[in-house]
Design a protein around this ligand. Sequence first.
Ligand code: PLP
Length: 387
Amino acid sequence: MREIYADHAATTFPRPSQVTEALSTYLLDIGCSPGRGGYRRALDAARLVYEARALTAQFFNVPQPEQVVFTPSVTYSLNLLIKGLLKQGDHVIISSMEHNSVVRPLTRLVQERAIELEILQCNADGTLNPKDVKNALRSKTKLVVLTHASNVTGTLLPVYEVGEILAGEDIFYAIDAAQTAGSEILDFNALNCDYLAFTGHKGLLGPPGIGGFCISEKAAQATESLVEGGTGSRSEDENQPSFLPDKFESGTQNVPGIAGLAAGIKLINEIGLEKMHDHKQQLTSAFLSGLAEIPEIRVYGTKNPKTTAAAVSINVDGLDNGDLSFMLEQCFGIMTRSGLHCSPLAHRTIGSFPQGTLRFSFGWSNTLSEVENILKALTEIIKENLQ
Ligand SMILES: Cc1ncc(COP(=O)(O)O)c(C=O)c1O
């Protein structure tokens, strides 16, 4: 049985050979840490990290490479900016499609710093009217956090429009680009945002354990570091450096991860982001059209491939989504993710809490014939189990 991997919203698989080679090249040929020695291998590592930073900055259209900070994941990035920025009593606006990586650190600060958390109710298809953000602004609003795309329905949120609304306001703006980095155009300058948080192991095709964020100069000053320690710079000073990126990058870095991330970005640049985006959109479009032909299936989200990333959530009345996921893998080798996808708020919004949904998500390596096979498998399972 040939496997079909349809869980790219969780992590990308299989990883391109360029990415795995970049990891092994670092481990075999360099193997040492940047900023931790004056010998050739340490300098090669420093060059690798600098080039990866410059490449990432160019990819997201960030003015200076130093404005790119590497972290282990988007979860870490979001925790850092949320906990490093917010103070007692601040007002924060988020959407009702956010991931627990946003909701949980904020909930902790509601308890510990009495921040006021305002959750804007999205429509049942996950869409958000940007005017709702404008109407929710208050004098003590400190931060707006929005996911660019829901990891449950793929629904795209109007992050550029909200950037225009917030321009000129004394408010920080953070975007969770976990689902869209490497898939949608993310232009830090045009987004008018202060933090663009990304993860390396999804659309950017890199390995797990590497992510980061792009940060504005204003936010870099206003945000406290979460972890202090060795940076390889200003070692004589007991205080954490205040300059970028060292302020937020303590401890030995995940250089193989950074090498893999850079290889993923290079590959996207070579193939072309637009071409990859169009391919994923075509797969999503074919999948949505096929699902519309199966009356037993309920599809969530906008059902419009132009307003969604390549993730589709469904339920079948009378079939548990966990059982469905299990049958898809056992009988057809199709890998999916069922349940709440770490986004209970999003499931409440679309009306699928607490049972969750079955999510299919596509990547560059998927093909139209795989999508057809998934549709056939769903038809067969429904026929066998419900009719
Ligand atoms: C929208 C969103 N935010 C945050 C995350 C967390 O990503 P990571 O586990 O790479 O930190 C995910 C991952 O599923 C996500 O989809």
